[in-house]
Design a protein around this ligand. Structure first.
Ligand code: 5GP
Length: 149
């Protein structure tokens, strides 16, 4: 004998499907290929050109630091080189010594501006698919302002 779904089982099924769709949307960001050529239309390239707004913390000839749009710590700033590099490997291979020192200097200066020099902080640079990189322009996450687990 066929069972006819009741109102409450239909509602449960509907909410399960909604939860699945929401969870896919939250994790469905496209991941970057570590060997990809530089994409001049990525969001950070647009920020560097001034086509997209950003809450800037520090800027030099070689680098820019701005607050992450979805902070995952009290302090969460992204530090990027101004040159067109997809990830840390391409940066190491192709950037000049001045650009490399410029990025290191920008990270140190940003830590000072954000007041985390003494309390400490975490640097992360997700690279490629397995690293979970979603924006194809080299960026270093500087996170702190609280004890990070
Ligand atoms: P990934 O996952 O590539 O290591 O990190 C990319 C980071 O960039 C994420 O933490 C994300 O919140 C941040 N992000 C993505 N789009 C924008 C944007 O338009 N503006 C800012 N400020 N951050 C962004």
């Amino acid at each position: 004998m066929k069972r006819i779904p009741t109102g409450s089982s239909i509602a449960t099924l509907f909410s399960l499907i909604t939860m699945l769709l929401l969870s896919f949307a939250a994790h469905g960001e496209e991941l970057v290929d570590a060997t990809a050529d530089y994409d001049t239309n990525n969001v950070f390239a647009q920020i560097l050109r001034g086509d997209l707004p950003a809450d800037i913390v520090f800027e030099s000839e070689y680098a820019l630091a701005f607050h992450d749009i979805k902070p995952r710590a009290r302090v969460h700033v992204l530090v990027i080189p101004k040159g067109q590099y997809t990830n840390i490997l391409q940066f190491n291979q192709n950037a000049s010594s001045d650009e490399k020192l410029g990025l290191l200097d920008a990270i140190s200066q940003t830590a000072g501006i954000m007041g985390v020099e003494e309390s400490g902080f975490r640097l992360v640079s997700n690279t490629g698919h397995d690293g979970g990189q979603t924006v194809p322009h080299l960026h270093v996450h500087l996170m702190g302002g609280e004890h990070l687990r």
